[in-house]
Design a protein around this ligand. Structure first.
Ligand code: LIP
Length: 274
């Protein structure tokens, strides 16, 4: 049953979420089963450390093929293949493997991130973690869930008690700037966690497993699904206007203090696409 605010015009958001959940699980099965063969065939992108595996490409191809079959006319924007323009107002935003370096090394913190935009608004987010089988999901107006359990963010009483997740880019120049910022923040927060997947970092904020996450240098496919899940979990989410801009997702109780501490240290020229 869809409540009025969960249907945008003629689009049933619950149906799109259910489809995204099914596709997320199919992609997770492919990625998890195929790791051994996939990681021997790798290329690099912006830097020798910015890897893409054959499985990144195969996973996105699977998702695109299923969407063409089940949602003909929808747009698709993914990390590894060119944009597919749509005509329905529905756009799927896909990161086939978020946390590719973790996947390459056999570390479990990687995910499949699937978001849905309707007429430019993010309305559905699904993040699936193949290594554990966990799946986070949310529909705008419907709350956030881990598997089928409702989740909500934390409420730290002070910035000094805030567990802060972040990530770093691939280019050395950007990493140097990011290291300076996180080094300064380390003295002001409880501790830092660098886990390697923006999508899972955002889901961890939504579930109260960390209190906040920030990063710049990521792309919409890294954070779109996690942003929907965070917002439905009560998180204060601030998204960039431009690609590779600053994302901050924080428990409301410390959000002003954290945003001030971060934004006062990041130079505008650091956030431009490399
Ligand atoms: C990753 C992001 C992560 C960032 C990594 C990398 P990818 O995405 O999810 O937050 O710190 O450098 O960009 O490249 O694995 O899809």
């Amino acid at each position: 049953m869809t409540s009025p605010d969960r249907t945008v015009a003629t689009v049933d958001l619950d149906h799109l979420c259910s489809l995204a959940r099914t596709l997320g699980r199919q992609a997770a099965d492919l990625v998890k089963a195929g790791r051994t063969a996939a990681v021997v065939d790798i290329d690099t992108k912006s830097d020798p450390t910015d890897v893409v595996t054959a499985m990144d490409r195969a996973c996105e191809a699977l998702l695109r093929e299923r969407l063409a079959e089940l949602r003909p006319g929808d747009g698709v924007h993914g990390e590894e293949h060119t944009e597919s323009e749509g005509r329905t107002g529905v756009r799927w935003i896909i990161d086939p493997i978020d946390g590719t370096v973790n996947y390459l090394y056999g570390l479990e913190n990687y995910s499949i991130s699937i978001a849905v935009e309707v007429d430019g608004d993010l309305v559905v987010g699904v993040v699936t973690k193949p290594a554990t089988g966990e799946q986070f999901h949310a529909v705008r107006g419907g709350g956030a869930f881990l598997d089928d359990w409702p989740i909500g963010c934390s409420a730290p009483t002070d910035l000094s008690l805030t567990l802060l997740a972040t990530g770093f880019g691939y280019l050395p120049s950007r990493r140097a700037a990011q290291g300076a910022v996180v080094g300064a923040l380390l003295a002001e927060v409880r501790d830092i966690r660098r886990m390697g997947s923006a999508a899972l970092d955002l889901c961890n904020v939504a579930a109260g497993r960390v209190d906040a996450y920030y990063e710049w240098g990521t792309h919409i496919w890294d954070w779109a699904a996690g942003a929907v899940i965070c917002r439905e979990a009560g998180v204060d989410v601030r998204l960039p206007e431009d690609d590779e801009g600053l994302v901050v997702a924080c428990a409301p109780s410390v959000s002003s203090a954290l945003n001030d501490a971060i934004r006062s240290r990041i130079k505008p020229e650091w956030q431009v696409p490399h």
